[in-house]
Ligand binder design. Structure first.
Ligand code: ATP
Ligand code: MG
Length: 138
């Protein structure tokens, strides 16, 4: 079994489609073993997206991800990391495959509804960033 971190982003909480996204997650065979709705501070967002700090869109990304509530989740499945990346679809919704979360729900390359860890190492880091072990019930 593998775990990955998911974030349902502010564009999705704003439109009240977290339930629809959770259905797509569960239908893909991923189990939601931890979940909470939070508001990220600017500092937390800058730390979380630290790998992107040299990218031109960094300031806008921090502004977007702190613009409203997010739902942070731990998902579990065999190959959860790659399975969730496939379920999310491409970063740019115009390139996302039919049936993926981003194809169905994303508004733009920035407001793309969901985040998913991109490696085993990052999944552990990102899960520990948001959750204590006792909050995760597998
Ligand atoms: P995420 O990390 O959120 O799961 P990702 O791994 O598909 O998405 P990254 O390259 O890690 O994509 O980019 C992180 C986030 O930064 C994207 O999800 C998107 O919100 C934003 N982003 C990426 N590229 C651009 C861009 N060219 N313009 C604006 N925002 C962007
Ligand atoms: Mg990424």
């Amino acid at each position: 079994m593998e775990r990955t971190l998911s974030i349902i982003k502010p564009d999705a909480t704003r439109r009240s489609i977290t339930g629809k996204i959770n259905s797509m997650i569960e239908e893909a065979g991923l189990c939601i073993i931890a979940q909470k709705r939070i508001l990220l501070s600017e500092l937390e967002a800058e730390e979380f997206y630290g790998v992107h700090k040299e990218r031109p869109f960094f300031r806008d990304l921090v502004k977007f991800i702190t613009s409203g509530p997010v739902v942070v989740q731990v998902l579990e499945a065999e190959n959860a990391i790659s399975l969730y990346r496939k379920t999310m679809g491409a970063t740019n919704p115009k390139e996302a495959e039919v049936g993926t979360i981003r194809e169905a729900h994303a508004e733009s390359i920035e407001a793309n509804s969901v985040h998913g860890s991109d490696s085993a190492e990052n999944a552990i880091k990102e899960i520990n960033f948001f959750f204590e072990e006792k909050e995760i019930v597998g």
